[in-house]
Unconditional design. Structure first.
Length: 102
């Protein structure tokens, strides 16, 4: 079964249903979060470490996580994905914020 997430600005294309209503292959944001097998996790011990070392450690511990390397103050979407970890780095290529999933 393929799952299609219906977000704030989209409508189910098959049945033209409004947000948070389901069609045969769609789930709402709330339903998707209930299905996610991921728990909230953070890595405070990586703060100040070299960015590449931090990413390696996160990937080694959690191979299912998608790790994103982003400069500090980078514009980004505010969507929540339990299997994603954003690692922010400063101008010295050190981890600038505590990495956490979501």
């Amino acid at each position: 079964m393929q799952i299609t997430l219906i977000t704030d600005n989209t409508v189910c294309q098959q049945q033209r249903l409004p947000i948070n209503r389901k069609c045969h292959n769609s789930v709402s944001c709330r339903d998707l979060l209930k299905l996610a097998p991921y728990e909230s996790k953070s890595w405070p011990h990586l703060l100040g470490k070299p960015i590449d070392e931090a990413i390696e450690e996160i990937k080694r511990e959690n191979p299912d996580y998608q790790v994103e390397k982003l400069p500090l103050h980078c514009p980004m979407k505010l969507d929540v994905r339990p299997n994603r970890v954003r690692v922010f780095f400063d101008e010295e290529d050190k981890v600038a914020r505590v990495p956490q999933n979501g």
